[in-house]
Design a protein around this ligand. Structure first.
Ligand code: NDP
Length: 287
């Protein structure tokens, strides 16, 4: 392993990831590889903190002129009240994954939604006017739903275990995007909507530990896009997508592109995507 201290200079900056726990995070490997690639003597390091420390840590960051931080589970919501300014989309989401400095202020944004869209590659330009199926209504689902609405989809079905949470997401989307055709459906009925979907996004945590997919993809039409936000393994959802010949991928691309966007915000430079992707792939291999 190369020495980190050899790279620290008077011009060095420290960027953090705040969370609990954070030891499993692939972001330090991804961002440190990127800093090295673009010859920035910066350091990206985890800060595993307790909930009561979120405010004091943000205050400390303000005091020593840091360029910013990432925020992960469970502080993506809590951190909002400690920042000076929140971008409108992040305020709507109620979630911040990136802190950056603007003059003497610490600002919050979320790169998850745009990271998801970028991960779609050429599929992004095919979203306009489509209808799809979003499974899950948690934080990741809301970021993806907002991004899809922004990208011009005609509408989608939201299927969630907790009907109340699915309905809440539907209402929030209808309020923000009045022309969006969004309908909350019970998770038990989800298979019925598969044939009517141009794309299907699996955003629940089902599959993280090898659980069965919440949906059967048997009825999907040829050419349907199937994305699972889980990036840790090949899930049952992805195995099914492969089996039925669908266009499919996991969540690594979203993880990569949300990180690339954070990098670009902090440094003002274009992110070295391939180096960052390789760092993530290596990180997953050595788990
Ligand atoms: P949340 O805790 O906010 O939401 C969890 C979602 O999973 C909810 O819809 C919840 O339903 C559902 N769920 C959990 N357990 C079950 C179950 N047993 N049966 C049915 N549904 C269940 O988490 P996030 O939205 O932040 O994350 C969700 C997934 O997305 C995670 O696997 C995470 O790793 C992944 N993710 C990937 C990212 C990437 O960059 N690729 C970024 C962020 C997240 P209910 O409301 O009923 O509890």
């Amino acid at each position: 392993m190369k020495s980190i201290s050899a790279k620290i200079t008077g011009a060095s900056q420290v960027v953090f990831i705040l969370g609990h726990p954070v030891s499993h995070s692939l972001s330090p490997a991804m961002h440190n590889a990127a800093f090295e690639k673009v010859n920035l003597p910066w350091l990206y390091t985890p800060l595993d903190i307790f909930s009561r420390e979120v405010g004091p840590v943000v205050k400390m960051m303000r005091a020593f002129n840091t360029r910013g931080a990432n925020v992960t589970v469970p502080y993506k919501e809590k951190v909002l009240s400690h920042l000076d300014w929140i971008e409108p989309e992040a305020r709507w989401l109620g979630s911040v994954n990136t802190i950056y400095r603007k003059d003497d202020q610490l600002c919050g944004t979320s790169t998850d939604g745009e990271g998801f869209l970028r991960s779609l590659g050429s599929w992004r330009s095919r979203l306009n006017g489509t209808k799809g199926l979003l499974i899950g209504a948690g934080g990741a689902a809301k970021a993806v739903a907002g991004a899809l609405a922004h990208a011009g989809v005609k509408g989608f079905y939201v299927a969630n275990r907790s009907g109340a949470k699915g309905a809440k997401l539907m209402k929030s989307l209808r309020k923000k995007y009045p022309r969006l055709d969004v309908q909350a459906i019970p998770l038990r009925d989800v298979d019925r909507f598969v044939p009517y979907s141009n794309w299907i996004v699996q955003s629940t945590s089902l599959g993280l530990k090898g659980e069965a997919s919440p949906v059967s993809l048997k009825g999907a039409r040829k050419g349907t896009l199937a994305v699972d936000l889980i990036y840790h393994r090949e899930t049952d959802f992805l195995k099914q997508a492969k089996h039925f010949g669908l266009v499919h991928w996991g969540g690594l691309g979203m993880l990569l592109h949300q990180g690339a966007l954070s990098f670009e915000i902090w440094t003002g430079r274009k992110a070295p995507i391939e180096v960052m992707r390789q760092a993530l792939v290596n990180g997953l291999k050595f788990r």
